[in-house]
Every structure is written in C-alpha cells, then in structure tokens.
Design a protein around this ligand. Structure first.
Ligand code: TTP
Ligand code: MG
Length: 364
C-alpha cells in the first residue's frame, strides 16, 4: 500500500442540511415534509426580524436565510413558523460533532453545523472516500434523524465548495486531478468569502465564473481586488490549505461497524476486528495519543448489547495489542450462541506522552 503522506490529503467538509429547521422537524413528526421556517414571529405579515433558516420545502417558495420574516410570510403564508430554540440546537450540535469526529484523523468544527475532517489515513481502510462519507451519513440518520452534505477534495476551500454543490443530502467527490475542471463552470459567489461587493467588482471586469478567474493572470486580479486577489486566485486554481486544526483533545477513540447481514462465522468476525483495529489505530497514530484501556462492544442479532474492557499496566500505542485484547474480550462471548450484528473497539484513558518518551516507542 502506498504511504499516505505521499498522496494528496483527503479533506471532508460536512454541512448539515437546513440545520435548525431539521432539528425542529426531528422533534415534531407532524412537521415532516412541510415548509418549516425558523425565525422571528411573522405576526400575520407585520412581523419584524428575519428568517434564520427554513426546510427545503419552504425554499421552493423562495424563502431563505436572512430574509425579512414579513417577506417570507408573503411568499409562504401557509408555512409553519417556529421560534428558535438555541439551547436545543447547541445540544444537538454537540451530539452530532461527537458522532462525526471519531471518523476523522483530525477534526475541526467551524460552526454550529459545519466541520472539516482530515481523513487522509483513515480513508485507506475503506474501499473509497464515498464509502466513508456514506457511513457518516448513515450514523447521522440513525442516531439523530438528520441529513448532511459532504464535500471531498484535497483541501479545505474546495471541499467547502463541494459540500454545497449537491445540497441537500449529497456527497460530492472532487478527485485531485479534476479540481480545476470541477470549479470552472461555477459562479464566483460559490467561493467562501466572495460576498455581494466582491462579486460586483469581479463582474465589472468581466469575471462571472471561477473559470474566468482561472483564465485571468494573478497580477491583473490583484490589480482589481488588492491582496484578496491572491487568495481567490489560488482557490480558483485548486489550491488551498489542507490543515485541519484539531482543537479538542479526544477522551476516547472508537470505531464500530454493523455487518451487512448478522454473522456467526468466527473467521469473518476476526476479519472485522482486524479492520476495526486498523481504523482505530490509524486515529491514534495521527493524534499521537497513547491508550491504556481497550473496550470491545458487541451487539447480537437480537440487539442485546454488551461492552467488555481491559486496562493495561502502562500506556501503549501498539496495534497488535489492540487486536489481541479485543479478541480476548470477544472470546468471553463465545458461549453465546447468537449471531453478531455489530462490533466496535474503543480506546480510552488516552494520553499524549512527552516527545522524549514518544521516541522510545515505535509506531507499528
Ligand atoms: P447554514 O449551514 O448556512 O444553513 P442551513 O444548515 O440552515 O441550510 P443548508 O446548510 O442546508 O443550506 O447555517 C446553519 C444554521 O445557522 C442554520 O440552520 C441557521 C443559522 N443561520 C442563521 O441563524 N442565520 C443565517 O443567516 C444563516 C445563513 C444561518
Ligand atoms: Mg447547514
């Protein structure tokens, strides 16, 4: 297998669909499929204040974020108008981020409903990036009943553009060799940071699409836009930062997987354990953590679920130990004559060792 560091980075940008409105819909089944508008009270059309967001059903009427609520009422008088519940959205956001972050080598939340994931290493344990993106979406649907859109590319600005490309509920993969081609037909406003003013300035010099920027020289663009010109020119040409800043230190790392069909065959179960070990070790390696505790989670076909843990005497970063201990823990269930539905491995009791100590242990 090629070394991950020789390959371009694989960066996901995840943005939840119609976030506040979707949370409301999730709370109240009767709102499903309806034009739900979260914002201030429309007061039968005389209300002041704005729309925070709305479901895609309401967007069909032309309603959108930041629009005066009175205008939204004109466009969609039969919509369901809901006052915001920020406490709820923050709680759901926390849960969502906690659900998504274990899928990343590095994870950076950038707003209440958006995050970047560096998955360069972990993605090599999946068939392809789409499979990983699909798993994240499935988890989000199962546990929170929410949908998101995912953009995948070698850097952050392109992935952000890509996540917006097929909204709602889309996955857009931009292969490293296809970045310029993907960007070419898009309007310049798709670049994050190009607001109405910059857009007008660009239109004034004949630039409408990102492809128009690609055809422009950097010098001329800088004349028109000043120093911001460089930033936009680089993005248009497919360049951008791929550094995902991991702010929070993980308390645990886990990887779990549901079998496509319930399994009783010990060899298949061992293979799954091996794949889970590789995934969770990849997270560990990237974040340079050491673990002391290994937990195996097992769910049988009848949904009964158990966890078994073992703590080691010292901090460790060894892959084989994860596998061997997980297997020992699994063997405690051999007497149960039920098929297995799900397996998971969690590492906890994590610590970063001093640089000096780190060099004493070699990564496998
Ligand atoms: P967005 O991700 O921009 O919007 P969204 O999730 O509602 O819709 P989508 O991503 O599918 O296009 O913003 C996230 C939340 O932030 C949104 O649900 C409500 C809030 N928000 C405001 O309060 N005011 C605004 O002007 C915008 C754009 C968002
Ligand atoms: Mg969103």
């Amino acid at each position: 297998m090629p070394q991950a560091q020789d390959n371009p980075a694989v960066i996901f940008h995840i943005d939840l669909d119609a976030f506040y409105a979707s949370v409301e819909t999730q709370q109240n089944n009767q709102l499903h499929g309806k034009p739900v508008i979260v914002g201030s009270d429309p007061k039968d059309g005389s209300g002041r204040g704005v729309v925070m967001t709305c479901t895609y059903e309401a967007r069909k009427f032309g309603v959108k974020s930041a629009m005066p609520i009175s205008r939204a009422y004109e466009l969609c008088p039969d919509g369901i108008y809901v006052r915001p519940n920020m406490k709820l959205y923050k709680t759901v956001s926390k849960r969502v981020m906690a659900l998504i972050s274990p899928f990343a080598d590095k994870f950076q939340q950038t707003s209440i409903d958006e995050c970047f994931l560096d998955v360069t290493n972990i993605v090599t344990t999946y068939d392809n990036p789409i499979e990983l993106a699909t798993q994240i979406k499935q988890q989000l649907a199962i546990h929170e009943g929410l949908t998101c859109s995912i953009g995948i590319s070698p850097n952050k600005p392109i992935s952000k553009i890509a996540s917006d490309f097929k909204k709602p509920n889309g996955i857009t993969l931009v292969e490293p060799t296809k970045v310029r081609e993907f960007l070419e037909p898009l309007l310049v406003k798709r670049i994050s940071g190009v607001g109405a003013k910059t857009q007008k300035r660009l239109n004034d010099i004949g630039i409408k699409t990102i492809g128009d920027i690609q055809a422009y020289s950097l010098d001329r663009l800088m004349q028109a836009l000043g120093k911001h010109g460089t930033y936009f020119w680089r993005i248009a040409n497919g360049e951008g930062s791929s550094t995902v800043h991991q702010y929070r230190e993980a308390k645990s790392m886990s990887s779990e997987s549901t079998f496509a069909a319930d399994v009783g065959d010990y060899e298949l179960i061992s293979e799954k354990l091996d794949a889970l070990t590789t995934r969770v070790h990849s997270q560990l390696k990237n974040s340079q953590f050491y673990y002391k505790t290994i937990t195996l989670k097992i769910r049988f076909a009848d949904f009964t679920t158990f966890s078994r843990s073992k703590s080691l005497g010292a901090y460790n970063n060894d892959k084989e130990t994860i596998f061997n201990i997980s297997k020992q823990l699994l063997d405690q269930f051999l007497h149960v004559k039920k098929k297995i539905r799900l397996l998971g491995i969690r590492l906890s009791n994590l610590r970063k060792l001093e640089r000096r100590q780190q060099t004493l242990t070699k990564w496998l």
